[in-house]
Design a protein around this ligand. Sequence first.
Ligand code: PLP
Length: 401
Amino acid sequence: MSDIPVSERAARIEYAIRDVVVPATALEAEGHEIIKLNIGDPIAYPGLPTPEHMIHGFQESLSRGETGYSPSYGLAELRAAIADDEFAKGWNCTPDDVYVCHGVTEALQIIFTATLEEGTKVLAPGPHYPPYMAYPQLFGAETIEYRLDADDGWRVDFDDVEAKMDENVRLLVLINPNNPTGNVADSNEIDRLISIAEKWPNCMIIADEIYDELDFTGSQTSVASRSQTVPVFTLNGVSKVYYAPGWRIGYMALHDPTSRLGAVRDGIERLLRSRLCASTPAQMGYLAGLTQSRSWMGDYTQKVLAKRDLCLKRISEIDGLDVQAPGGAFYMFVRLTDSKWANDDKKFVLDLLHDEHVLLVHGSGFSKEMGNGHFRLVYLAELDVLNEAFDRIERFLQRSR
Ligand SMILES: Cc1ncc(COP(=O)(O)O)c(C=O)c1O
């Protein structure tokens, strides 16, 4: 009997970050040890554990027997703590504006479901985190990429944004700091983006600020805090700067400065109710993170910065690699300058994996057009592991010439 058909929708989905794990797992099954620098999960690397007080918050909730469903929009205490946090970032966020989800990823699915129709568009940075491309097509919408400048710190190319805006663009996306490039947009750049979006009355902004506390420039700014005209969905959560991605807790916070999101908000609330709720004890763990001291964050950021600096130094010494220094997050988007690889980053990644057992992600997995000729490196491994990875990459590049 032949296979039962899969939906075309599902068959089209790609997620480069985990797709490259398939050949790596096959090599591991043969007994090889792989240096994995592919996944943006801080817990996958030693030395950056989830803070103890957050784990206690989660455990205490379990001990109290809080294992039932919670309210669909999130626990009241957590919504209030998130609203306080967003308020401190400069906008008038109230608990009612906050909706707790199973991570930013679920928030995205809900936003796309509530705002996109056949023929609508999402304008997202190129390169970008893959779900911004994968999900909109499920709703008959299309993701168009605006250019980040590969020669100028991956800054937003505003002319390109302007040229690609039209009445069908429902969502303009800013990931700040960006995954995979690490670029940080400052308040001037955010103001420019808002002034472009405000010319299009049905356009809303998604501000994915999940890496906001990992900002080495000091200039990262909340988009909602700058917008007096355009509605903003602020996205954040526990996965990155609170070092607990497996808890699957994140949120969207709706900033509606001209009160035009009533219908969209109603749609979002219906969707949230229909999927019941986010994990109850995990919300309590996040609450501990938001309400107790964050002095630990500075140490974590210093550790991440030392790793970044080591990678920048190694890259500057290796023929065949070039990089724009990232201003935030924990990624580097490295350019392959040898002509052999400049147009075949996927082959580079797969050949490097097979020959030297280092796992990276091909840049074209983050944008076929604007990521080609690059690879993404997660620089959270220990310094000696990063050094070993660069030794291997250098050896591979030399051998392949
Ligand atoms: C820009 C960006 N947004 C969202 C996510 C996922 O967030 P969550 O774990 O809250 O679903 C990631 C994970 O890598 C990311 O890089």
